[in-house]
Design a protein around this ligand. Structure first.
Ligand code: HSE
Length: 406
């Protein structure tokens, strides 16, 4: 029998308890061992909840119990999760986590400690909730040179953008609705400003490329400025607005140039990511042998995320005494400026400036909406982002612009 301890009885931690108790027989069979929760650590008490019988408030109880082989860290945040994780690994306990903030900041460091101690640090639940994406990257796609990982990695913003498109509502109203439904946090900043998706693409690209893509180096733009008018024009273009997180490399004269970005993009209706709606996530991976692959599913929520955490616990139990090698070197990749990335842009201008704008941005297409008679939209020529930004500044009076996904 393998005993585990769970740090934090919040949305994900309570989901882990539920998944293990509801699917106990099946999980034991698949792990080839009985897996039992010995402790749950939380500052709070939960009177009336059976978890109260195994609840502890002092982390040392877990740390000093040699029977506990696996620590599940579902506290979130950097502190005290960093100290707790490090202490568990140094004590020879494996750690499974859903904490993307901590993995993005210290994943490589923890993997190295885990290797030294012959234990495991696994974090399937840190990206894409219940979608299996980390394990495919570290186990299934090992024959491939991966040159792109990108997708929709945040359920809250995808829900908001989907609702805005379906109801024509504005951002603030849909955000309030999302908060009432429990899809958005009271403080929604991490989601709506793109910081959450940024941590996730940092983790996925570090695994895909084998070196550290640091989240602080990733240019990140959220969705707070997206308006119902932008979305109406997007529909006219047969596209949807999606918050995309992407990382890729291109070889130029024998040198690999790495790019990463989180920003709203217009995604054409025919593209698979355009069909990903509501709180769902999808991750696209391209390898030089396998070609295109797409992973889709519930990107958030208690049980989907807990399912991924428990899957990691089962993997740890199957590998007791052995480290599952994960290639993520600590050296920090130097990213190219997105100013060099070439793409087309969608631009909104007032109708009286349209003629001038068409020439200025070398427009390939012009759009009008009956509901917005004083405005027009246009699609620019493909150009480096840096050049586009200079054109925007010189033009003055651009109402809004959105990048177009190619
Ligand atoms: N806030 C995150 C999201 C939760 O909306 O996707 C899952 O990481």
């Amino acid at each position: 029998m393998v005993k585990i301890a769970i740090l934090g009885y919040g949305t994900v931690g309570s989901g882990v308890v539920k998944v293990i108790s509801e699917n106990q027989a099946l999980i034991d069979k698949k792990a080839g061992e009985e897996i039992r929760v010995k402790y749950v650590l939380d500052l709070r008490d939960f009177p009336g909840d059976p978890v109260q019988d195994i609840l502890v408030h002092d982390y040392d109880t877990i740390l000093n119990d040699s029977e506990v082989k696996v620590v599940v860290e579902t506290m979130g945040g950097l502190n005290p999760a960093y100290d707790f994780t490090k202490a568990a690994l140094l004590k020879g306990k494996s750690v499974c986590t859903s904490n993307k903030e901590l993995v993005a900041a210290h994943g490589s460091e923890f993997l190295s400690i885990a290797r030294e101690k012959q234990v495991n640090y696994l974090f399937e639940a840190s990206c894409g909730g219940g979608i299996p994406i980390i394990r495919p990257l570290i186990s299934s796609s090992t024959a491939d040179e991966i040159d792109e990982v990108s997708g929709i990695l945040n359920g809250t913003t995808n829900f908001i953008l989907t609702e805005m498109a379906e109801k024509g509502s504005d951002f603030q109203d849909v955000l309030k609705e999302a908060q009432q439904l429990g899809y958005a946090e009271k403080n929604p900043e991490a989601d709506v400003e793109g910081y959450d998706a940024c941590r996730k693409i940092a983790i996925l690209s570090s695994l895909a490329f084998g070196h550290t893509v640091h989240y602080e180096d990733i240019e990140t733009e959220g969705i707070t400025h997206i308006s119902p008018e932008d979305i109406a024009f997007a529909k006219e273009l047969n596209a949807s607005v999606k918050l995309l997180a992407s990382a890729y490399w291109e070889e130029v004269e024998g040198k690999r140039n790495y790019y990463a970005m989180v920003a709203p993009f217009l995604v054409a209706k025919g593209h698979p990511l355009c069909q990903v709606n509501g709180v769902f996530n999808a991750v696209f991976v391209h390898g030089n042998m396998v070609g295109d692959t797409l992973f889709y599913g519930s990107g958030a929520g208690s049980l989907p995320t807990a399912s991924a955490v428990v899957g990691d616990v089962v993997d740890v139990v199957k590998h007791l005494g052995k480290t599952i090698y994960i290639c993520w070197d600590p050296d920090r990749l130097s990213l190219e400026s997105n100013k060099n990335a070439k793409r087309a842009f969608f631009v909104r201008v007032s109708s009286d400036k349209l003629k001038e704008a068409e020439t200025h941005f070398r427009a390939s297409k012009t759009l009008y909406l009956k509901s917005l008679p004083h405005e027009a939209g246009l699609v620019t020529a493909v150009m480096p982002e840096g050049e586009f930004m200079e054109l925007v500044e010189k033009f003055g009076g651009v109402e809004s612009y959105i990048r177009i996904n190619h």
